[in-house]
Design a protein around this ligand. Structure first.
Ligand code: CTP
Ligand code: MG
Length: 231
């Protein structure tokens, strides 16, 4: 059944989905690869559309796949599909440019985090609504972290109590994200990193184990198990 988005919602979610998925191994672009029989992008759009504040979803698809992605998502939810770019940042910028007037909160959410629960979309959006210009979901770092030199010799142990692993959706006041992208110079920086460079404070909220990023084949297998278990 096609989900309805909320015409009175105040949130636009941008979904960069134009990456190749090189680390997943040979095959289709990652967002189009199947997880339990459906493309990752279908799983993620379905969950975003289930978040009650969402007014608009914009997907940045691989440039060669815009039409098939549009057709694939039409039965899931009303989604705007644009062509992504060569870098994630260009894909996000293309999606941001397609957001219609209205939503003043913009979330950026990796298609690769296919099992992200709608509740996380709401909690990030809620923190922006409450007055924070930039919000990221994070998890504590559980492994011991070592800094090493070029020869893999340990230089020291990093204090992990001050470290956080960052997920998406990352949420922003719309004008803040637009200004950060307009000023962007370093394509390797994430959206919150661009905003940090503008001197805007970025606030952390609790992330979710289910928002894991599918990067390597192991992650895909794990996501498949989680889905079978009810995620
Ligand atoms: N992404 C994008 N446009 C790009 C590169 C990445 O929209 N030019 C998106 C991916 O589709 C993904 C998200 O950014 O949803 C996070 O990127 P990543 O996990 O690195 O995905 P890929 O770039 O596809 O994977 P890889 O780096 O292994 O090729
Ligand atoms: Mg990548």
């Amino acid at each position: 059944m096609t989900a309805q988005l909320n015409p009175r919602g105040d949130v636009a979610v941008l979904v960069p989905a134009a990456g190749a998925g090189v680390r997943l191994g040979p095959g289709a672009p990652k967002a189009l690869r199947p997880l339990a029989g459906e493309p990752l992008l279908v799983h993620v759009v379905r969950r975003i559309a289930a978040a009650p504040s969402v007014h608009t979803i914009v997907v940045a698809a691989p440039a060669a796949d815009v039409e098939p992605v549009r057709a694939m998502l039409a039965p899931i939810a009303p989604v705007i599909v644009v062509a992504g770019g060569a870098e994630r940042q260009a894909s996000v910028a293309a999606a941001l440019a397609a957001v219609p007037a209205g939503p003043e909160i913009v979330l950026v959410h990796d298609a690769a985090r296919a099992l992200t629960p709608p509740e996380l979309v709401e909690s990030v959006a809620g923190a922006v609504r409450a007055g924070h210009d930039a919000v990221i979901p994070v998890l504590p770092v559980v492994d011991t972290i070592k800094e090493v030199d070029a020869g893999e010799v340990v230089l020291g142990t990093v204090d992990r109590s001050a470290l956080r692993a960052v997920q998406t959706p990352q949420g922003f006041r719309r004008s803040v994200l637009a200004a950060a992208h307009a000023a962007a110079r370093d394509p390797l920086t994430d959206d919150a990193g661009l905003v940090e460079k503008q001197g805007v404070p970025v606030v952390c909220v609790p992330g979710s184990e289910y928002a894991l990023k599918v990067t390597r084949p192991f992650d895909l297998a794990l996501a498949e198990h989680l889905l079978v278990a009810g995620a």
